[in-house]
Design a protein around this ligand. Structure first.
Ligand code: ZN
Length: 445
């Protein structure tokens, strides 16, 4: 029996994740994500990507190039999605239709996907099969899929296990080890330890985004404390207070709502992506933000609300989009005078995020911060803890699950090199059982 992994996309850079695992004549696809960076870069220089064909989107590196597994196309038995971030699920609308198989993921992951498809008015033929975390589903006589609970920076994230007669393939893309995630799942260490004891882990695919960050990634609890300190211990009387974060970071939004209420302010959540991720979470009763906050996507309602906030700036706390300075976000539109709100001296903007360190985001954030500073806004940055494992977390993880082979993923070459080097310290050998790969490579085990 052969187990072969095709590292389709996401192995040379961050984003656009997709991997295929072939077990004899059956194939499992793991993730189908977009590169938001490639899409934004194209849109800034050339115009909308909406008119591009799938092949054109592949050519500009916005979605994975799955033509590299055309010979496996009829063997695909399932598409499994690890969690609901765009760089893991948002290419489903372009790619999934050609595979006659179900899409598997946790209930929230699939709900976010449905929300994206609804928003884009796209229908796909695949069936959706929700699998609860820490459950296993049989795909065929030779293959089972298991979702292991994992903390990250959105809800119901999973490490995906592909069980085969030759051993298991563990897909750890993305994760952090957070024992106090504020909301959502803790890592299922018990199961990870079992995998290590069973000694049956053939291939580990492991994210490397924080491969250059030495040490351990702090818990979401720490980010919550940082946010609490800024919001509750800064004199905000009579001033506008805006908090921006990633729309998918439901735990962070929960903390911001709680502190907004403690400040005696009305909480308003503004923005289209905020609306989508929250809608998905509320539809599964994972949160009930509508009880404590007003949630407005876009359109006339948003304009009216901002006008009201402009005249009553000391009464509201606004949670909104623009954490990366991205064009079209609420904060970007405000500073560009496209929405009826103006920042004034002493108003407060809290960036509860990090700037994703790519040139476009850095430039966008600079532009946004400069515009805010012109209005003498007080800016608080990096009120945040990452959703990705640090180098020492990855070391603990490898020690725990004892893989026979390691494929570093989700990183630039230097991030992946750093993880490979650390693994060498654990006794692995580069080229023998650590595999530094390019996109579209095939490895037989
Ligand atoms: Zn993620």
């Amino acid at each position: 029996m052969d187990v072969e992994v095709c590292t389709l996309s996401g192995y040379e850079d961050v984003g656009r994740n997709m991997t295929a695992v072939r077990i004899d004549d059956e194939v499992i696809i793991l993730d189908m994500g977009v590169s938001i960076q490639a899409i934004s870069t194209y849109e800034r220089e050339e115009g909308s990507t909406k008119i591009l064909s799938s092949h054109q989107l592949m050519d500009i590196k916005a979605i994975p190039d799955d033509r590299k597994i055309d010979d496996w196309k009829n063997m695909v038995k399932a598409i499994v999605l690890g969690h609901g971030h765009y760089d893991h699920i948002a290419a489903v609308q372009f790619l999934a239709g050609k595979y006659k198989c179900p899409i598997i993921g946790s209930p929230y992951t699939l709900q976010v996907l449905k929300s994206i498809l609804k928003d884009e008015d796209i229908k796909i033929p695949n069936k959706f099969m929700a699998v609860d975390l820490d459950d296993t589903i049989k795909i065929s006589d030779n293959i089972k899929i298991e979702l292991i609970s994992m903390s990250h920076s959105t809800l119901q994230c999973a490490m995906v296990v592909v069980h085969t007669p030759k051993g298991i393939v563990l897909y750890a893309n993305d994760f952090k080890f957070d024992n106090d995630p504020v909301l959502g799942e803790k890592p299922n260490y018990k199961r990870l330890n079992e995998i290590g004891k069973e000694g049956n882990l053939l291939v580990l695919i492991v994210e490397c985004i924080n491969g250059l960050v030495e040490g351990k990634t702090p818990s979401e609890k720490i980010a919550r404390e940082l946010l609490k300190e800024v919001l509750l211990e800064t004199d905000t009387k009579g001033k506008a207070v805006f908090v921006t974060t990633f729309a998918s970071n439901i735990a962070r939004i929960k903390s911001a709502i709680e502190f907004g209420k403690k400040m005696g302010r009305k909480v308003v959540i503004l923005g289209r992506s905020m609306f989508k991720f929250n809608e998905a979470a509320e539809s599964l009763d994972l949160v009930n933000f509508s009880r404590d906050a007003e949630i407005i996507g876009y359109g006339g309602q948003r304009r009216r609300k901002l006008k009201e906030i402009d005249g009553n700036r000391g009464k509201y706390l606004v949670i909104t989009t623009g954490s990366q300075g991205e064009p079209g976000s609420v904060l970007d539109k405000i500073v560009n005078k496209q929405l009826p709100f103006s920042f004034k001296e002493g108003d407060i903007v809290v960036f509860s995020c990090r700037t994703i360190p790519v040139p476009m985001n850095i430039a966008n954030r600079d532009n946004l911060e400069n515009a805010l500073k012109l209005n003498k806004v007080r800016i608080f940055t990096n009120v945040h803890s990452s959703g990705h494992a640090g180098l020492e977390d990855i070391r603990d993880f490898i020690t725990m699950v004892k893989p026979k082979n390691i494929i570093p993923s989700q990183g630039t070459r230097s991030m992946e090199d750093s993880v490979a080097k650390m693994a060498e310290g654990l006794g692995y050998k580069l080229g023998e059982n650590i595999h530094l790969v390019s996109d579209g490579q095939r490895l037989k085990f």
